[in-house]
Every structure is written in C-alpha cells, then in structure tokens.
Design a protein around this ligand. Structure first.
Ligand code: C5P
Length: 226
C-alpha cells in the first residue's frame, strides 16, 4: 500500500559502534551513538518491513516492532549479519565498525607498573559491507546501502566505496560539517548511486540538513523504490 511500501520485505540494518577488547576491563571504540541506524530501523518498521537491527553497544531503546540482535565486537557483528543477509531484501549498514582489533586480547588486566610504554599490535577486522556486496543475489533483487563518514576527500572516498563494496547506494557524511556527525540529531549527507550508463561515474545528490528521523524515512523510501 502507499503508506507501507516495505510491507512483506525483510530489512537488515547495522548500527552503533563496536567494542574491541584489549583486556578484561578495556576496549577500543568510537563515538557512534547509533542514532542514524536506529532511525533507519524504526522508519523501515513504520513503512511495513520486517526489520532486523544488528546493534553494537548503544544507549538507545529498541524501536517498536524491530528485532534487535545485540553484538559487541566487529567479529560478532559480522556473524550476526552473515546469518541474516541472505534473507534481506534491503540492507543498510550504518554501523561504525572498528577497523582493527588487538591481535591477542590479554587474559589478565594489562599492568602499568614498571612500564614506560606499551605496544598494541592491531589486526584488521572483516569488512562486513564489502562481504555483503560480494554475495548479493545474482538476480539483482537485493539492495545494499552503505554509509561513509570522512574528515577529508568525502566524495572521492565515498565514490570509491560505492564501487569497491558493490553498493547500490552510499550515504556520505562529513564529520567536519556543522549539523552532521555522531551525537547530533541532524545530518547533512550526499547520496551516491551508481551511474546508469557509466558505472564508474556515480550520480551524486547533496541533501540539505535534516533531522535523522526525516532523513531515515527519505532514505528508506528511496531504497524501497529501487
Ligand atoms: O570503509 P569504511 O569503513 O569507511 O566504510 C564505511 C561503511 O562500511 C559503513 O557502511 C560501515 O557500516 C561499513 N563497514 C563494515 N565493516 C567494516 C567497516 C565498515 O560493514 N569492518
């Protein structure tokens, strides 16, 4: 129906930060609050979808009618997404996934006594979005949307991600821009989609500053139309 364009569809959303443990009391993380991803999940549910929200640790309540899978590390998030991805008609990855984890988590608390410095050796985490982009159904019936937050070269980096991660849409936001970023209620985004004739030249639309809830609904409607 007109008010429920996502009725009957499965939507998968990732949101929030990940936490990568160093030892039993410490972890590496980032400033993500999960607001954008939770707003996307809530919008998708309001538009009639069956929604699975894979969420890192955040302080937000589960949106009405959304199945939430709580995860901690990037590896946990990868496993939860790999369980749900094949059934998902629309997947939106808004999580700020930790790119690195410590190679070996210390089983005991790391002690400062007698040490001037310590070295943490980090190894890369799986890129969940790139993994998903590489195993979309062959018939084009799965729509995949990624996010990119950058501090410089926003459009160039976003265009590269759109192509290299095989996304159907890439939502770019600049951390340096007023009204965009992590803990704000608003966002300013540029939406990239693959070019229709020339795939290497994306279509680029700059959207005005808007509330994350309004933005979420517009993005979900756009993805539904795809
Ligand atoms: O390459 P970059 O981390 O900037 O890409 C951002 C996009 O990729 C976001 O959609 C984010 O959720 C996703 N991502 C992911 N797994 C990672 C890193 C990023 O799914 N390990």
């Amino acid at each position: 129906t007109a008010s429920q364009p996502l009725r009957g569809l499965n939507v998968l959303v990732t949101a929030g930060p990940t936490q990568e443990p160093l030892d039993p009391v410490r972890y590496l993380t980032n400033h993500s609050t999960g607001k954008m991803g939770y707003a996307l999940a809530a919008s998708a549910a309001e538009l009639g979808a069956h929604v699975t929200l894979v969420s890192g640790p955040v302080a937000l309540a589960a949106p009405d009618g959304v199945d939430v899978v709580h995860v901690t590390t990037a590896q946990d998030m990868f496993e939860a997404v790999s369980d749900a991805f094949a059934a998902a008609d629309i997947t939106v990855m808004a999580a700020a996934v930790g790119d690195f984890r410590v190679e070996e988590v210390s089983p005991e608390k790391i002690k400062k006594e007698g040490r001037e410095s310590i070295t943490l050796r980090l190894v890369s985490n799986p890129d969940i979005l790139a993994w998903a982009g590489g195993r979309k159904r062959d018939d084009g019936s799965q729509v995949l949307c990624g996010f990119a937050m950058e501090t410089e070269n926003l459009i160039r980096n976003a265009a590269r991600k759109l192509a290299s991660k095989h996304c159907d849409m890439l939502v770019a936001n600049n951390l340096r821009e007023e009204g965009a970023g992590f803990a704000t209620d608003t966002n300013v985004v540029t939406v990239l989609t693959p070019g229709t004739s020339d795939l290497s030249t994306p279509q680029i639309e700059r959207w005005s500053k808007m509330d994350k809830t309004v933005l979420a609904k517009r993005l979900m409607l756009r993805l539904a139309a795809m």
